[in-house]
Design a protein around this ligand. Sequence first.
Ligand SMILES: CN1CCN(C(=O)c2ccc(Nc3nc(-c4cccc(NC(=O)c5ccc(C(C)(C)C)cc5)c4)cn4ccnc34)cc2)CC1
Length: 283
Amino acid sequence: VGKRDKSAPSTAGFSYEKWEINPSELTFMKELGCGQFGQVRLGKWRAQHKVAIKFVRQGAMHEEDFIEEAKIMMKLSHPKLVQLYGVCSQQKPIYIVTEFMENGSLLNYLQEGRGSFDLGSLLSISLDVCEGMEYLEAHGFIHRDLASRNCLVNDSRVVKVSDFGMTRFVLDDQYTSSSGSKFPVKWSPPEVFNFCRYSSKSDVWSYGVLMWEVFTEGRMPFENNPNHEVVTLIMQGHRLYRPKLATPTLYDIMQLCWKERSEDRPSFSSLWVMLSDTLEEDV
Ligand SMILES: CN1CCN(C(=O)c2ccc(Nc3nc(-c4cccc(NC(=O)c5ccc(C(C)(C)C)cc5)c4)cn4ccnc34)cc2)CC1
């Protein structure tokens, strides 16, 4: 078929924008779980490509704002970020379609595999997340809820960062308000739980807590303290203890991420260098 004359109106049938997926090209399979926006299922796109499909419950999301943002998020592409393939927004509920990650959330992966990880594999997990975050940092993109629950593991045991920037479209006050029961206080620096001042340096604080989760193989940070007590503890200068599996050098790196002043924390690019350097040390 010859090239369609660009000036001609696209009257030939309903055309899909490049961030739109035709829902009739999707088939739905098993449920993977339920998240802040609702159900997530495994599916197939064009009958052979496995995908994850989020069904966005009515009233759970600022949908118009998200559709606008999806055009930008489609452009973010990196081997350690869960790739957004597109959205189906011409119907309700809308669908968000991403690459499929066979082994589920990093938190469950750590908990299910507790006792089976060696230092090298925990460091490899930390480096995967750091690489994904370094890419977001370089593109001026803030995650806002980096935690092991929001990272995913594929069948090659590669860990990728997921749901970056999505907190901006959540309509649940319990989640968005810093005093809400679902606010990620235990992963937030003082400038976030006090003033909601997000930056790549606030993501770095969360990354330090994610490292703690990795080296404790999925324990809950401050497991004996409710959120409001953690705010006081952090403001008094208390920090998470050194996980047994973490070397003193790795714990020093975590503590750099938890510097009170955001400008004193390392960037993700310098974190990557520091973490990679420990590879030689630990061998
Ligand atoms: C051996 N184990 C057996 C059990 N198991 C599974 O059943 C399992 C296997 C694969 C899974 N994969 C995925 N699971 C999900 C998934 C499943 C349930 C809930 C969610 N989370 C969400 O939908 C969600 C998370 C965060 C947020 C905010 C905005 C708050 C940051 C909003 C929404 C994601 C998304 N995925 C995107 C790509 N791949 C997956 C999930 C679970 C894991 C492997």
